[in-house]
Each structure stands twice: as C-alpha cells, then as structure tokens.
Design a protein around this ligand. Structure first.
Ligand code: TYD
Length: 213
C-alpha cells in the first residue's frame, strides 16, 4: 500500500449539538458536483461497517470502563479503515466521515480523562500503514462552539445518548481537546464558528478549497 493513495479523506468533528450533521449531507452533494469524476463516500464513526454499527449501539448505550470504551472505539475504527476507508482511498474516492480519531482524543481523552499517551499508542497501532506512515484525514472540518450553546441546542431536538447525557464541564473539556488538536495540526484542520447561522456556516463550507482535481 502506498503512503499517498489517490483519494481524499475528510472528517467532520465537533461537540454534540454543534450542527455538523445538518451540513454533512449538503457538503457531500457539493463535493459530488465539484468533482463529478470522483465517487463520494459518506460514512461515520463509531460505525461504518456491520461490526462497527454493532459496536456503536453498545458504545452509545452500555455503561463500560473507560479503557474498554477507548479500545472498542479503536476496534471499530480498525475495521472501518480496513474494510471501507483504505480501499475507497486507494480507488481514488472522496471519503467523508462523520467523526474519526480526533473524537477519541476529545471525548475519551479530554472529556473522560484517558491518558493521551495511550490514545497516541492506539492511533499509531490502528492507523499505521505497512510503510510506516499514519492514515489521517487530509482535511478535518471542526464545528466549534461553547458547550453551553451546544447543550441548549441539543435539549431542543433529541433524546440524549450516553455521551449527550454528560454535563457542561465534560463538553467544555471535549471542546478544549478538539481545539488543542487543531492547534497542533493547523494545516489539516478547518475551524467553523458554529455559533453562526446555518446560512453563514454553509457559506464558510462552500469556500473550502481542497487540493484535488
Ligand atoms: P454522533 O456522531 O454525534 O452521532 P449522532 O449525531 O447520531 O448523535 O454520536 C457519536 C457519539 O460518539 C458522540 O457523542 C461522540 C462519541 N464518540 C466518542 O466518544 N469517541 C469516538 O472516538 C467517536 C468516533 C465518537
């Protein structure tokens, strides 16, 4: 496997209630219009494979030890990479994933307090390629907003899952870890101010240029 497959990998990230799900579908359509010769594949984490979706159901509902939670997130990710993401990138597709590894750093690391060393080890293990390189999204679109605003939005629209039941302090820590990751890798991250109106956010998304033909 080469270290630079011809495809392009985009992840969408942000705390629950930031609004990424509202925009992901339109963004996929936009990519398909802009790159008619490329196939656009939309997927999600945890999930994206049959096994991954089974793990998702457990992860979003069942109480479990923190390390078990992190290991299952990465186990689902390993399957997702092997079955879906790498083959699609090798075939030149644009892959758009609703969350990827930054979510593990933000939620299990920042939010719940799992050591970043352990997460770094898991990232290397699960995303390592045979040539020694690491699979990472080419672009990560991070919907950023204060925990309080996200909480108010969430309470209006849905029944909370295990993570969405967490308190404000948890989501502030999740947000800070996302922002730390973004600062560490500014070339990969594109920050969206998610306090803006959906129209303004959409304008921001449309202005993103990605470096493919
Ligand atoms: P989410 O993607 O927000 O889906 P929905 O819009 O259907 O709620 O939900 C997935 C949840 O899983 C979210 O609360 C974040 C959490 N999560 C982690 O804690 N770690 C991870 O590595 C991933 C991928 C998700």
């Amino acid at each position: 496997m080469t270290s630079t497959p011809p495809g392009y990998f985009i992840s969408f990230e942000g705390i629950d209630g930031a609004g990424k799900s509202t925009h992901i579908e339109s963004f996929c359509k936009l990519m398909q219009e802009r790159y008619p010769n490329r196939e656009v594949l939309v997927t999600r984490e945890p999930g994206g494979t049959q096994l991954g979706e089974q793990l998702r159901a457990l992860l979003l509902e069942a109480p479990m030890n923190l390390e078990t939670e992190a290991l299952l997130m990465f186990a689902a990710r390993r399957e997702h990479i092997a079955q879906v993401i790498e083959p699609a990138l090798q075939a030149g597709k644009i892959v758009i994933s609703d969350r990827f590894t930054d979510a593990s750093f933000a939620y299990q690391g920042g939010g719940r307090g799992l050591s970043l060393d352990k997460l770094n080890d898991l990232e290397k293990w699960v995303q390592g390629r045979t040539d020694g390189s690491l699979l990472q999204p080419n672009l990560t679109i991070l919907f950023d907003l204060p925990g309080e605003v996200a909480q108010a939005r969430r309470s209006k629209v849905r029944t909370p899952d295990k993570f969405e039941k967490m308190d404000l302090n948890f989501f502030e820590k999740v947000r800070q870890e996302y922002l730390r990751r973004a600062k560490e890798d500014p070339k990969r991250f594109h920050l969206i101010d998610a306090t803006k109106t959906p129209e303004a956010i959409w304008d921001g998304l449309r202005s993103i240029k990605i470096g493919i033909e």
